[in-house]
Write a protein that binds this ligand. Structure first.
Ligand code: C2E
Ligand code: MG
Ligand code: MG
Ligand code: MG
Length: 279
């Protein structure tokens, strides 16, 4: 019985779990502070055409904490999502993105670029999401066509009808949707055709061994065919080598993103870089 097994066998809070929970709590409160004291940053990674022309950027959150060090969004975004902090955090990202687009409008070598922002499921389902985006666009006085929202298949799991309705409201204003990490989730083909998408982003896991793995090649071919028949742009993520790019090109991918073309860097870096190379 419980008494005989004693405290030592309590399954709930073993030291390892206790450590994980403490770290989570620490991250959550440090992130809240970072957001309030404006210590977060957006880095941008270029998206390019087959000809190597930069046509857009993806905004990726960066956070350096004095105690925790450089924090990966892969770790802190899920914590923000489960704590609710994702709502103010997501609003900050959107505000920042719209203000970047507004600056770019004045610059001949930047004004045509799109800017893609990652949206979490909880953020997308929040009742104020659509009005907040429309507010940001109006306030920054930018073209809605320049703002892309990256959503994932997980968003479709519950409240499919609500998801489609919110997407349509934004699409009607010109905002573009990309389906991120495509191929790793649960979206069925019948769902896909109901969504007002603009782009499919082939997940980097299919790109990694594209030059040697026939299975990955088959998946990429299928995604390209699907994109073609649904009238969607197809972009490959995580392209690190020339060989991967050549292979993807040969398969018919016409948009690329990855370390081969550029690492995520602060906006100012790209302002300079593109001024030198694209004007
Ligand atoms: P994602 O949206 O799929 O972003 C792509 C991730 O792959 C980024 O990681 C990027 O730095 C990395 N990457 C880009 N090119 C390459 C490459 O050639 N090779 C490899 N191995 N990796 C590459 P990062 O910045 O660590 O972000 C991880 C994830 O965190 C993102 O995945 C996205 O889901 C999420 N995230 C980042 N910023 C935000 C944000 O502002 N809001 C939300 N909701 N999620 C975000
Ligand atoms: Mg684009
Ligand atoms: Mg993304
Ligand atoms: Mg992705």
């Amino acid at each position: 019985d419980a008494k005989a097994s004693g405290r030592g066998t309590m399954r709930f809070f073993n030291p390892r779990m206790q450590q994980r929970i403490s770290r989570r709590i620490h991250i959550e409160s440090a992130l809240r502070e970072a957001l309030e004291s404006d210590q977060l940053e957006l880095h941008l990674q270029p998206q390019v055409t087959q000809q190597g022309k930069v046509i857009g950027m993806e905004a990726l959150l960066r956070w350096h904490d004095a105690d925790l060090g450089q924090m990966s969004p892969g770790e802190f975004i899920p914590i923000a999502e489960s704590s609710g902090l994702i709502i103010p955090l997501g609003e900050w990202v959107l505000q920042r993105a719209c203000s970047l687009l507004s600056e770019w409008q004045q610059l001949p070598h930047m004004k045509d670029l799109t800017l893609a922002v990652n949206i979490s499921p909880k953020q997308f389902r929040h009742p104020k999401f659509v009005p907040h985006i429309l507010h940001c666009i109006r306030q920054a006085n930018i073209l809605p066509e320049k703002l892309e929202l990256e959503v994932t298949e997980s968003m479709l799991i519950d409240d499919m009808a609500g998801t489609i309705s919110r997407m349509n409201q934004l699409r009607e204003r010109g905002i573009r949707f990309a389906l991120d990490d495509f191929g790793t989730g649960y979206a069925s083909l019948s769902h896909l055709k109901l969504l007002p998408l603009y782009q499919l982003k082939i997940d980097q896991s299919f790109v990694k061994e594209i030059t040697t793995e026939k299975n990955d090649e088959a998946i990429v071919q299928t995604i390209i065919a699907l994109g073609g028949s649904l009238g969607l742009e197809v972009l490959a993520e995580g392209v690190e080598t020339e060989a991967q790019m050549e292979k993807l090109k040969a398969l018919g991918v016409n948009h690329f993103q990855g370390y081969y073309f550029g690492y995520p860097q602060p906006a100012d870096h790209w302002l300079q870089e593109l001024e030198n190379t694209q004007s």
